[in-house]
Design a protein around this ligand. Structure first.
Ligand code: 5AD
Ligand code: SF4
Length: 440
């Protein structure tokens, strides 16, 4: 038998790309590939790219340029570009960088084995279609390898919201939900392979509406179905849109014990003028009321958010409204970004904010969010939480895991194994993690 071919995948961007990279590795596993951590000994390199912010496409081109020497040494090396830059740039990638053998959009990963075979014959292959067939079904024949205790599971993809700054509706396409029976089968399979916590993924996950015979199923109903899976201990989901936060999902946060008290609910900005121009279809006030309702259902829930500063026509007053909203909500964690122009999106045509002003606003917002994050983390000291252990710590006898609230927790003198859940008393709060002790 010939030696296995080696596959190096570099993943940029969101958790869905992490999930997709796993699926691509499995699809190519069927063609005799095993994953390697180094590009130097790879027979195939795949860049799974992100197009959401900054100069993502330029980064991909510069990364590709670095493979020139490698390809000269190893003419059989195949180089592919996947993900949202592949979708957005298509043929342009091969024109600008002749090193590239294969370009595959996010909806075509199940076709990778055929594409790889074609590329091996020296052909350049491109697939950025939005095919009708269910790529998840086609990606199913994977080996029953053991898994770590946490996993992502894509339940929904694409977005119909068309926020004025965002490329997702163009690169990932229209909103599509996966049939619940297939999701449940995949969850069951993950649990049999050692998974204890599943994070349901979707660009607009709470718009989940089922498909096939269950085409009116809500995300909450799906969560309740997953709640019945024996051996599955924790359920999370991301990312949600405020306008799809339905009553049954809010309620589930109070009643479903497996649903973790953590919610990523991006607001983007605090000024109604800017929210309107962003096409967000909610106001600052409606968002704050929504958070109140969620907290009424689950008082200890940790709220996480996304923010954009320097959106076209944002004034200092508009920015102040974002700071006010943050003060009111109090975030346990947050991601904040300077607006970056995405060609083809409506906001790209509008008057841009002075970059120095945007930098200054980003710094001020991040200072406030960091302070809040710290306060929320520090408030855990003295409390008892449940920790799912994910790996051994740096010191002998130490284990590291995540609390229900997704804080990293270090536990010394810990006789538990990876994948175990245990009650832990939080003793101190460090720079980016908590330390605690097992409660006997
Ligand atoms: N510029 C800056 N941030 C953006 N995001 C999406 N598009 C842009 C853009 N053009 C941010 C939003 C979104 C997160 C995933 O990325 O905050 O919620
Ligand atoms: Fe992009 Fe999210 Fe808006 Fe959809 S809801 S367009 S993914 S920011």
């Amino acid at each position: 038998m010939s030696a296995p071919k080696k596959l190096f995948i570099k993943t940029y961007g969101c958790q869905m790309n992490v999930y997709d990279s796993e699926r691509m590795a499995e699809a190519l596993g069927g063609e005799g590939y095993v994953e390697t951590k180094s590009a130097d000994d790879a027979d195939m390199i795949l860049l799974n790219t992100c197009h959401i912010r900054e100069k993502a496409a330029e980064k991909v081109y510069s990364e590709l340029g670095r493979f020139k020497g490698l390809k000269a040494e190893k003419p059989d090396l195949k180089i592919g570009v996947a993900g949202c830059v592949a979708q957005a740039e298509g043929q342009e990638i091969m024109r600008r960088q002749p090193l590239v053998d294969l370009v595959v959009g996010p909806q075509s990963y199940h076709r990778l084995p055929e594409m790889e075979a074609k590329a091996r014959t020296g052909e350049k292959v491109l697939d950025t279609d939005f095919p009708e067939e269910d790529k998840f079904e086609k990606l199913k024949n994977r080996p029953k390898a053991k898994r770590g205790p946490t996993a992502f599971l894509t339940v929904q993809e694409g977005c119909d919201k068309f926020c004025a700054f965002c490329v997702v509706p163009y690169t990932r396409g229209a909103e599509v939900s996966r049939p619940a029976d297939r999701i449940l089968r995949e969850a069951q399979d993950l649990v049999e392979r050692g998974v204890r916590e599943i994070t349901l993924l979707g660009q607009n996950v709470n718009a989940y509406h089922g498909a096939g015979p269950n085409s009116d199923m809500t995300l909450a109903q799906l969560i309740w179905e997953l709640d019945k899976v024996d051996g599955l201990e924790r359920i999370r989901f991301t990312t949600s849109h405020p306008n799809d936060m339905q009553d049954d999902l809010i309620e589930a946060h109070g009643t479903c014990a497996k649903l973790m008290p953590y919610l990523h609910l991006p607001v983007q900005a605090g000024s109604d003028k800017i929210l309107k121009r962003m096409n967000r279809a909610h106001t600052a006030e409606s968002y704050i009321r929504l958070i109140e309702r969620i907290r009424a259902a689950r008082p200890d829930i940790l709220i996480s958010g996304d923010f954009i500063v320097g959106f076209p026509e944002e004034t200092e007053e508009d920015f102040q409204a974002t700071l006010d909203l943050v003060e009111e909500v109090k975030y346990g964690t947050a991601y904040s970004f300077k607006y970056s122009t995405r060609p083809g999106t409506p906001a790209a045509e509008r008057a841009q904010v002075d970059p120095a002003a945007a930098d200054d606003r980003l710094q001020r917002l991040q200072a406030l969010l960091t302070k809040q994050q710290r306060e929320v983390q520090d408030s855990m000291v003295g409390r008892d939480v449940t920790v799912l252990f994910e790996k051994a710590g740096r010191f002998p006898g130490q284990m590291v895991g995540k609390s229900d609230y997704l804080h990293a927790v270090h536990v010394a003198d810990c006789d538990r194994a990876i994948g175990d859940l245990a009650r832990v008393r939080i003793l101190s709060s460090g720079a980016n993690s908590l330390a605690g002790a097992l409660i006997e």
